[in-house]
Design a protein around this ligand. Structure first.
Ligand SMILES: O=C(O)[C@@H](CO)OP(=O)(O)O
Length: 238
C-alpha cells in the first residue's frame, strides 16, 4: 500500500496503539489501573509507532487516551514523532486498563506459583471471571487519587466488565468523530483495546481470550459510514 491522504476527510480510519513497555510489564507485575510509567524501551516503541504513522502518511486528526501515564505518554511521543502534537486530544478513564483488583502489584510468576497456572490464566484471560476484589485502603487503592474524583472506581474487572464501560464510551465519544471523517488514534491498554477489537472485528467471547495486542504496534481499522470494519491490519505490515 502507498501513502494515505495526510488527513483530508475521507472514509473514517481508526488507529489503535497499545502503550509501549511499562515498568511493570518489564517487572512482570499485574498493573491494571496502577499508574506506572514507560521504560526506555516503551518510549522507543512509542516514538517508532509515530514515525511509522508519518512514514505511511497515516496522520491522525483527533486523539483519545486513558487517564494513565503510560498511555498518555505513548500518545504524546507518537504524535511528536508524527508531527501531530497539535491535534485535539481527550483523556478519559473509560479507556483505562482493566482493573486488576486484589492482584494489582503482585508478581505474575509468583502468583502462578502460589495459585497455579490455570487459576492465573482464568484471572488474566477468562471473559467474565474477575480477579479477587481489591480491599479498600490497600496499598494500591486509588480512592485518594484526585484524577478519579467523582468516579466510582471499580475494585476489580473482568474483560466483560471492561467492555461494558469501553464500548458505550466508544459509541458516544469516538464514533461521532469517525462519522465526521476524522482519522482517530486511540492510545490505550491491552484489555481496553481488546474490548474494541472484539467489537469491531466481531470476535466471540471464547476467541477474544486468545487475542494478544502487542505494545507500540499501530492497528488500523478502515470503516464504512455505518462504522462497520471493512479492513484491519498492522500498519507495519501494509
Ligand atoms: O497487568 C496488566 O494490567 C495487563 C497488561 O499488561 O496484563 P495482562 O496481560 O495480564 O492482561
Amino acid at each position: 500500500m502507498g501513502s494515505f491522504n495526510g488527513g483530508a476527510k475521507t472514509l473514517p480510519r481508526l488507529i489503535l496503539v497499545r502503550h509501549g513497555q511499562s515498568q511493570w510489564n518489564l517487572e512482570n507485575r499485574f498493573t491494571g489501573w496502577w499508574d506506572v510509567d514507560l521504560t526506555e524501551k516503551g518510549e522507543a516503541e512509542a516514538k517508532a509507532a509515530g514515525a511509522l504513522l508519518a512514514a505511511k502518511g497515516l496522520l491522525p486528526t483527533v486523539a483519545f487516551t486513558s487517564l494513565q501515564t503510560r498511555a498518555i505518554r505513548t500518545l504524546h511521543l507518537a504524535l511528536e514523532a508524527a508531527g501531530r502534537v497539535w491535534i485535539p486530544e481527550t483523556k478519559d478513564w473509560h479507556l483505562n486498563e482493566r482493573h486488576y483488583g486484589g492482584l494489582t502489584g503482585l508478581d505474575k510468576a509468583q502468583t502462578a506459583a502460589k495459585h497455579g497456572e490455570d487459576q492465573v490464566r482464568i484471572w488474566r484471560r477468562s471473559f467474565d471471571i474477575p480477579p479477587p476484589p481489591q480491599e479498600a485502603g490497600s496499598e494500591f487503592d486509588l480512592a485518594a487519587d484526585v484524577r478519579y474524583a467523582g468516579i466510582a472506581i471499580p475494585n476489580t474487572e473482568s474483560l466483560k466488565d471492561t467492555i461494558a464501560r469501553v464500548l458505550p464510551y466508544y459509541e458516544s465519544a469516538i464514533v461521532p468523530q469517525l462519522q465526521a471523517g476524522e482519522t482517530v488514534i486511540i492510545a490505550a491498554h491491552g484489555n481496553s483495546l481488546r474490548a474494541l477489537v472484539k467489537h469491531l472485528s466481531g470476535i466471540s467471547d471464547d476467541e477474544i481470550t486468545g487475542l494478544e495486542i502487542p505494545t507500540g504496534q499501530p492497528i488500523v481499522y478502515e470503516l464504512d459510514q455505518g462504522m462497520a470494519a471493512t479492513d484491519r491490519y498492522y500498519l507495519s505490515e501494509c
